[in-house]
Design a protein around this ligand. Structure first.
Ligand SMILES: Cc1cc2nc3c(=O)[nH]c(=O)nc-3n(C[C@H](O)[C@H](O)[C@H](O)COP(=O)(O)OP(=O)(O)OC[C@H]3O[C@@H](n4cnc5c(N)ncnc54)[C@H](O)[C@@H]3O)c2cc1C
Length: 396
């Protein structure tokens, strides 16, 4: 039995970055990952650093203004953090912050961009509207169908294959114990904290005692919470990604669409990465969702995604598609992340959901502050599990 301060479940970006910030602050940390570091959504995603409010968040823009303002505030904190990340991690994560354009094709979409920009500007995010001519002079690769765009100078992208392993290395250098092949199978409250049992690659189980638990298990977070008889209402979502062959540098921005599912960028090696939230088919076992196997690719999603890309960036038509893949992430019903302590279970913290690549390092920094000092440098109450508190009030 090992005694530590914080046990982290999940070796994705949130877990590894949390391990780093906690260990750096002097906490005794053990991170338990059932497979390999970065095997979940953190290693499968599009790598977009999208600080503008995304297409999926603004479907009910007028009803959600207060939450959206908090999200934009978080974006400002995240921008500052991303600017320091390569120095902090001492490595090149192929990060680029060359700016991002969210494009519109119709008058309704332009109106939505304008309303969105007012919320973002009111919270100090540096965005500005461009008309069609300005957008194409900044980004000559855009098609004539683009009638306006919202430009955010800080947006960009980073290589998801490099970032999380870099955090894991720094966490280990700072004294955190990073244990892979360690599936957490039981979590119990004790008189003075928590006890976790984990299977080591099927070779028998081990136990660790911790003052606090951080559930950073991504799409596995609800199952990990259930081990402690808690509800965390996150739902698995399967998404599609596409990558084209390489080309000379042509697309210097992150390109998104305000009314269609599209994200497009040119990666460090020259390939175009195309995604934007197109569905894949989540596997089921005995009528229940399972995040253990890769979701199945849907041809309609690949075609729909490439059509949106080619409409906005016509040079896509001349490129060969190299590969399409799928990944599983987790969302809440209100699409906001879940960050904080579960009031009914003192010492039990959750950090999951939301746009967890863009915000993972920030979730991690804020959660390490919350766990070690009981407060955060930016308010996370709007993202607290307390908004679903009623669920845990009835757990026996
Ligand atoms: C295709 C796709 C594209 C995306 N694009 C973007 C994007 O461009 N920008 C953006 O901001 N976000 C994007 N996202 C979302 C983003 O990837 C996720 O929000 C983020 O990576 C979540 O990180 P995480 O550390 O919380 O979870 P994960 O990376 O999923 O890590 C959770 C880890 O927990 C482990 N685990 C689960 N159960 C247990 C257990 N019982 N014991 C031990 N370990 C366990 C899993 O094995 C996994 O490694 C995308 C997601 C997908 C799938």
């Amino acid at each position: 039995m090992t005694d530590i301060d914080v046990a982290i479940v999940g070796g994705g970006l949130t877990g590894c970055a949390s391990a780093y910030y906690l260990a750096q602050a002097g906490a005794r940390v053990m991170l338990l990952e059932r497979g390999q570091i970065n095997q979940g959504a953190s290693g499968q995603n599009a790598g977009s650093l999208h600080f503008q409010l995304e297409h999926r968040l603004i479907q009910n823009i007028d009803a959600d203004v207060r939450e959206l303002e908090f999200y934009v505030g978080l974006a400002r904190i995240a921008i500052g953090q991303w600017r320091r990340i390569d120095d902090e991690l001492g490595c090149d994560t192929q990060m680029s912050m060359g700016g991002g354009l969210m494009v519109a094709e119709t008058p309704d979409q332009i109106d939505l961009l304008e309303r969105k920009s007012r919320i973002e500007q009111s919270q100090g995010l540096d965005v500005r509207m461009l008309d069609a001519e300005e957008a194409r002079s900044m980004a000559p690769y855009l098609s004539d169908c683009v009638r306006a765009a919202l430009y955010c100078a800080s947006e960009g992208h980073c290589n998801p294959r490099l970032l999380t392993p870099a955090y894991a290395r720094k966490a280990a250098e700072s004294g955190a114990s990073i244990v892979t092949g360690a599936a957490v199978v039981a979590v119990q409250r004790t008189a003075d904290g928590w006890q976790l049992e984990f299977d080591r690659d099927g070779e028998g189980s081990e136990t660790v005692r911790a003052e606090a638990v951080l559930n950073a298990a991504g799409a596995g977070a609800p199952a990990v919470a259930a081990m402690a008889r808690l509800h965390v209402p996150l739902f698995p979502v399967a998404l599609t990604m596409n990558v084209t062959e390489k080309l000379a540098p042509r697309v210097g921005h992150l390109v998104q669409h305000v009314g269609r599912k599209l994200s497009l960028k040119q990666a460090h090696d020259g390939n175009l990465l195309i995604g934007g939230g197109w569905a894949a088919v989540l596997r089921q076992r005995a009528g229940r969702w399972t995040d253990g196997r890769s979701p199945e690719l849907k041809l309609e999603s690949v075609l729909g995604n490439l059509r949106a890309a080619a409409d906005v960036v016509p040079l896509v038509r001349s490129l060969r598609l190299l590969r399409s893949w799928t990944g599983t992430t987790a969302i809440t019903a209100d699409q906001l992340p879940v960050l904080g302590e579960i009031a009914e279970a003192p010492g039990y913290f959750v950090a999951a959901g939301g746009s967890g690549f863009t915000y993972g390092p920030t979730y991690a920094r804020l959660m390490s502050e919350r766990i070690l000092m009981g407060r955060t440098s930016y308010p996370i109450e709007p993202f607290s599990p307390a908004r679903f508190g009623a669920l845990n009030a009835f757990v026996g």
